[in-house]
Design a protein around this ligand. Structure first.
Ligand SMILES: NC(=O)c1ccc[n+]([C@@H]2O[C@H](COP(=O)([O-])OP(=O)(O)OC[C@H]3O[C@@H](n4cnc5c(N)ncnc54)[C@H](O)[C@@H]3O)[C@@H](O)[C@H]2O)c1
Length: 284
């Protein structure tokens, strides 16, 4: 894939743009407004500076990544793309609208259209386009430059060729490890992870233990790299809530229903790391 488009330059889109540019593709990144675009560019700059300062990347590598990145607010700039990866907020209506716009903008009839959704059925997004056989789920993990996994999700209508091309891009170009899942809410990882995060939030909400003790319990007791509340903050509480809502809608199991504390914190703008405050504070 020489020409790739990424729509949405938040936590995930910025990471997917960085690893794709690093793999040598030219990347056009689309955002919805100038402020969001400026934040996305700053996020990529910070990530590249961190990599250079820690000796994981040379100045030349960082410069060639910069040279492969272009930014825009206009979907028309996706016209010549061979692959577009959608990474906008986890909201079905927004994603359906974005998929209609991507489908209208991309001229190459063979182009692949991928979504990084965590939980929205791939088939719903595919049916918003005129080429559902070329729509596939490519679910990356946060932080994208660090975590090796991509879940690949074909819908009932995704072609074998689309699956093969997406797999080759993830493994050969991006050097990721691919696992496959059926088109079910949460796929493999979030179907297992989200109920665990919700249990930790319920435990905090009921006064069972403090946030610090819940996280310390899982870090020191189970050797997890971080506790469930810090992980929820890292994912973003709005995204955690949206994924829980999709899981609950699909399976209707009580343990998948989002606890009120998660909803209230999201309504209050306490989104975790990206807003500076979640279960823990990230303000400097
Ligand atoms: N956060 C995680 O850990 C994680 C992990 C894997 C997958 N995901 C999925 O990745 C997607 C993005 O999540 P995120 O954490 O990056 O969210 P985010 O809130 O950090 O970023 C979303 C970005 O999309 C942009 N956007 C919204 N509407 C748009 C539009 N119409 N056109 C262009 N840009 C638009 C926003 O301005 C924002 O910058 C979601 O589907 C989420 O479920 C998230």
């Amino acid at each position: 894939m020489d020409r790739v488009g990424i729509v949405g330059c938040g936590l995930m889109g910025s990471g997917i743009a960085e690893v794709t540019a690093r793999a040598g593709s030219h990347v056009v990144v689309i955002e919805q407004d100038a402020d969001a675009l400026a934040r996305g560019i700053e996020r990529i700059e910070r990530s590249l500076s961190r990599a250079v300062n820690s000796g994981k990347m040379t100045d030349d590598e960082s410069a060639s990544i910069h040279a492969n990145l272009a930014f825009s607010l206009d979907f028309a700039d996706l016209a010549d793309r061979e692959l577009v990866v959608e990474a906008v907020a986890e909201n079905e209506l927004i994603k359906l609208d974005v998929f209609r716009k991507i489908d209208a903008a991309v001229e190459d009839p063979a182009a692949l259209l991928a979504t990084n959704t965590s939980s929205i059925p791939i088939i719903k997004l595919a049916m918003a386009t005129k080429r559902p056989e070329q729509v596939i789920g490519m679910h990356f993990f946060n932080p994208v430059p660090v975590l090796k996994l991509v879940e690949l999700i074909s819908s009932l209508l995704t072609s074998q060729e689309t699956n093969q091309r997406a797999r080759e891009f993830a493994t050969d170009a991006l050097k990721k490890k691919v696992i496959t899942s059926q088109d079910r809410a949460g796929f493999v990882v979030n179907a297992l992870l989200i109920p665990y995060l919700l249990s930790a939030i319920r435990m905090l909400e009921s006064g069972f233990a403090s946030a610090e003790d819940i996280d310390t319990g899982m870090v020191l007791g189970c050797a997890h790299p971080m506790g469930p509340l810090a992980l929820s903050d890292l994912i973003g509480l709005d995204t955690t809530l949206a994924v829980a809502e999709s899981l609950y809608e699909e399976f209707k199991e009580p343990h998948l229903a989002p606890p009120p504390l998660l909803s209230r914190m999201t309504q209050a703008g306490l989104m975790g790391r990206k807003s500076g405050q979640g279960f823990f504070s990230y303000r400097t």
